[in-house]
Design a protein around this ligand. Structure first.
Ligand SMILES: Nc1ncnc2c1ncn2[C@@H]1O[C@H](COP(=O)(O)OP(=O)(O)OP(=O)(O)O)[C@@H](O)[C@H]1O
Ligand SMILES: [Mg+2]
Length: 325
């Protein structure tokens, strides 16, 4: 039966690319995962964010069948990451943030081996990626810099026809120009209907690329959803200059975090109150009004709070300046 007739008959939709629920993993006394949830729909790019040690790589190692969970469920392209590892590994590509290669092989040989593990190399695609990433495949891996080792893994992963790409901080060694090439490549992967899990600490990268984000902390999911919806839940920052002392804004319902100085003021406002606040503001004849939408970075930095609050005071202060708190 062709793919077309399958969809025409409206049979059961294919399983999600990744479905994880209540995942638990301990290393001795360390709890790495404490009931983590993660869902990646087919054909989407999913950001996976969390502070150092929050459990991203542990989740990914469970998905790759390298670790067994202590509890919860994980499924990958409808299969079991542990039991179906051999079959699944032909359908996925993995790029870690810290790539180690066979030191005596050239980059090109390493790419071919990695690709053959998955059943073959698309030479034209491989060569075009080598060119785009400006990687010389004839050098021995031991002479490559961190960024060049990273490019080897990226070229191998991107040249594959994997249905799902699992990328664990894949750009941590890339310069900004190469990071741009990476962004374009992931957009192409998405346009082909393939799925991507992207763990990253680079907010701008996640904001540019991802349809959804899952933010984790201490082994648990603390936020998850479509990027647009998550932004919507958070506050917009507004800066205004009024025709009078801006302290009058203190009495306007919906205005939060007001800092007024003379006729200038900065405050935050939730999405649902924005209309009412703008109507109230018009009575004060603003000369200037600048509004900045909440950024993913603001959203993420909030989750550094709690026990780590003291260490991140600087970051919190910076967020306050940026607004949306
Ligand atoms: N093999 C291991 N043995 C013992 N503890 C481990 C092991 N692997 C991970 N951990 C611990 O599990 C927790 C989660 O680590 P993990 O590497 O998954 O975090 P991460 O979110 O990937 O962090 P980063 O952003 O720094 O890459 C940490 O406390 C870490 O020390
Ligand atoms: Mg990690």
């Amino acid at each position: 039966m062709s793919a077309h007739s399958l969809s025409a008959n409206n049979q059961a939709a294919p399983a999600a690319a990744i479905e994880v629920s209540g995942l638990r993993k301990n290393f001795g006394k360390t709890t790495a995962l404490a009931g983590l949830d993660l869902r990646v729909e087919r054909g989407t790019v999913a950001g996976f964010l969390g502070p150092n040690g929050s459990g991203k790589s542990t989740t990914i190692r469970i998905l790759l069948g390298l670790l067994r969970p202590d509890g919860g469920r994980a499924s990958l392209l409808g299969g079991d990451p542990w039991r179906d590892a051999v079959e699944l590994h032909r359908r996925i590509a993995y790029v870690p943030g810290d790539v180690s290669l066979w030191p005596n092989l050239t980059g090109g040989q390493a790419i071919d081996i990695l690709a053959r593990l998955r059943g073959g190399v698309d030479t034209a695609k491989r060569n075009s990626l080598l060119e785009r990433f400006e990687l010389d495949p004839s050098k021995k891996a031991r002479s490559y810099s961190k960024g060049n080792r990273q490019k080897v893994a990226l070229v191998a992963g991107l040249a594959s026809d994997a249905e799902l790409l699992i990328l664990d901080e894949p750009t941590s060694g890339l310069d900004p120009l190469m990071e741009q090439v990476f962004t374009e490549c992931i957009r192409e992967v998405k346009a082909e209907g393939r799925s991507v899990l992207l763990s990253s600490h680079i907010f701008a990268e996640v904001e540019k690329l991802c349809d959804t984000v899952t933010i984790i902390r201490e082994g648990r999911t603390v936020e998850a959803g479509r990027l647009d919806d998550l932004r919507h839940l958070h506050r917009t920052t507004v800066s205004v200059v009024l025709d009078r002392d801006a302290s009058v804004l203190a009495s306007v319902p919906g205005i939060n975090d007001l800092v007024a100085q003379g006729s200038k003021a900065t405050f935050t406002v939730g999405a649902t109150e924005l209309g009412g606040v703008l109507a109230a503001l018009s009575a004060y004849a603003p000369h200037t009004l600048v509004s900045s939408p909440p950024s993913l970075e603001d959203l993420f930095l909030r989750h550094y709070g709690g026990t780590a609050a003291n260490e991140t005071e600087g970051a919190a202060a910076a967020t306050q300046i940026a607004g949306a708190r």
